[in-house]
Write a protein that binds this ligand. Structure first.
Ligand code: ADP
Ligand code: MG
Length: 341
C-alpha cells in the first residue's frame, strides 16, 4: 500500500460571492502519510475550515488537485464521491450531532444500520466494543442528555470510528468543553490515535493540543501555509516571524537589532546593549549577508537566564533591565520588563 494517504497539489479556493471574490486558500501543497496526526493551526479566517471542507469532500477546490488514497477527487462522479465520503472519511465536529432520544449504543449503531452490512446482534456487539474503547462501557444505555459534554464527545467519536474510515477529520472537537475536560479528552484522543493506528487531521486554535497531539503541525495564515513541521522544529526553527510569534506561550520576545562583525565575532546591538552570537548563528547571519543590517532578534522567555554562574560564563551577552511586573503562576513566574520599547 502506498504510504501517502492525502496529497494536495497547488490547491486554490476562491469564494465567489458575486460582488467580491474571497481567497480561501492559495497554493496549498501538502502530503499526509497514513497514520499521521496532522494538526492545523491558524487564526480565525486563515482557511482552516475551508481546508477541512475540501479534505472532507464537502466542497471542491477552485484550482489544483486533491488525491485521496491515490484517487483524484475532482474526477469522481457524484455517486462515487458520496461513497468515498461515507466510507473513507469520519467527521468529528465541535457540535456532536448525536440523536438525543437514543441511547449511546444506538447512536453508534446508526452508521452500521445505514450500511446494511451486519446483523442486529453483530451491530450491537461492535457498538458496545467501540464504546468500551472510548471509555464508556458503563454508559452504553444512557442517552446523550444524561451524559457530560466529554462523554457525549466520546459517543460522537465512537460513531465516527464505527465505519473504519481511512481518515478522521476533527474540526475543533474539544472547543465546547471546559479546560479540565479538554485536558482529559486530549489524552483520550492520543490513546485513540495510537490504538486505531489511523490518520487524523485535527483543527485547533489551542497550542497545547496541536503541540501534544500532532506528529506534524500545519500553520495557516491568510489562506497560505506558513510552515509544515514537527512540533519540535516549529518551536525551535520557525521559518518566519509569524510562526515564531504564533507558537509558544508566553510569546517569543522580538527586538530590532543592528548586526555587526568585530574581529570575527558577530554582534547584535539594541538600545545600548550588545550581545555576541554563538558560532552557528554567527555563520548563518554572515552567509546570508546580514552584517551591517537591521535584523530581528527573537528570544524565547525560557532562554533568558539570570543565574550568577550562567551570567559569568556568558559575559559578552549580558543585558540589564528593570523588572516591571511579576506574575506568579505556581510552577513558574513570568517577569515583564522593557528593552528597546
Ligand atoms: P477559519 O476556519 O480558519 O476561521 P475559513 O476557512 O472559514 O477560516 O475562512 C477562510 C476565508 O474564506 C475567510 O476570509 C472567510 O471569510 C472566507 N470564507 C469562508 N467561507 C466562505 C463562504 N462560504 N463564502 C465566502 N467567503 C468565505
Ligand atoms: Mg473555522
Amino acid at each position: 500500500m502506498e504510504d501517502t494517504l492525502i496529497e494536495l497539489r497547488n490547491l486554490v479556493k476562491i469564494y465567489d460571492t458575486g460582488a467580491v471574490k474571497v481567497l480561501g486558500l492559495n497554493q496549498i501543497n501538502l502530503k499526509i502519510k497514513r497514520g499521521e496526526f496532522v494538526a492545523i493551526m491558524g487564526q480565525s479566517g486563515s482557511g482552516k475550515s475551508t481546508l477541512m471542507n475540501i479534505l472532507g469532500c464537502l466542497d471542491k477546490p477552485s484550482l489544483g488537485n486533491y488525491f485521496l488514497d491515490g484517487e483524484d477527487v475532482a474526477a469522481m462522479d457524484p455517486n462515487t464521491l458520496n461513497k468515498v465520503r461515507n466510507q473513507k472519511i469520519g467527521f468529528v465536529f465541535q457540535s456532536f450531532n448525536l440523536i438525543s432520544r437514543m441511547s449511546a449504543l444506538k447512536n453508534v449503531e446508526i452508521p452500521m444500520i445505514y450500511a446494511h452490512k451486519k446483523s442486529p446482534a453483530a451491530r450491537r456487539e461492535r457498538a458496545a466494543m467501540l464504546l468500551e474503547k472510548v471509555g464508556l462501557s458503563g454508559r452504553i444505555h444512557h442517552q446523550p442528555n444524561e451524559m457530560s459534554g466529554g462523554q457525549r464527545q466520546r459517543v460522537a467519536m465512537g460513531r465516527a470510528i464505527v465505519r473504519r474510515p481511512k481518515v478522521f477529520l476533527m474540526d475543533e472537537p474539544l472547543s465546547n468543553l471546559d479546560a479540565k475536560l479538554r485536558a482529559q479528552m486530549r489524552v483520550e484522543i492520543a490513546k485513540l490515535h495510537k490504538s486505531l493506528e489511523t490518520t487524523i487531521i485535527y483543527v485547533t486554535h489551542d497550542q497545547t493540543e496541536a503541540m501534544t497531539l500532532g506528529t506534524r503541525i500545519v500553520v495557516l495564515k491568510d489562506g497560505y501555509i506558513q510552515q509544515v513541521d514537527t512540533p519540535e522544529n516549529l518551536y525551535d526553527t520557525p521559518c518566519n516571524k509569524f510562526v515564531a510569534g504564533f507558537i509558544g506561550s508566553p510569546q517569543m520576545n522580538m527586538i530590532d537589532a543592528e548586526c555587526t562583525e568585530e574581529g570575527g565575532a558577530v554582534k547584535l546591538s539594541f538600545a545600548g546593549n550588545t550581545i555576541t552570537l554563538n558560532e552557528k548563528k554567527a555563520a548563518a547571519l554572515k552567509d546570508k549577508g546580514y552584517i551591517g543590517k537591521t535584523v530581528t532578534l527573537g528570544i524565547r522567555p525560557e532562554d533568558l537566564h539570570d543565574e550568577e554562574e550562567y551570567l559569568a560564563n556568558h559575559a559578552q551577552s549580558v543585558i540589564s533591565a528593570e523588572i516591571r511586573v511579576y506574575e506568579m503562576l505556581g510552577a513558574e513566574t513570568l517577569l515583564y520588563f522593557d528593552i528597546a520599547d
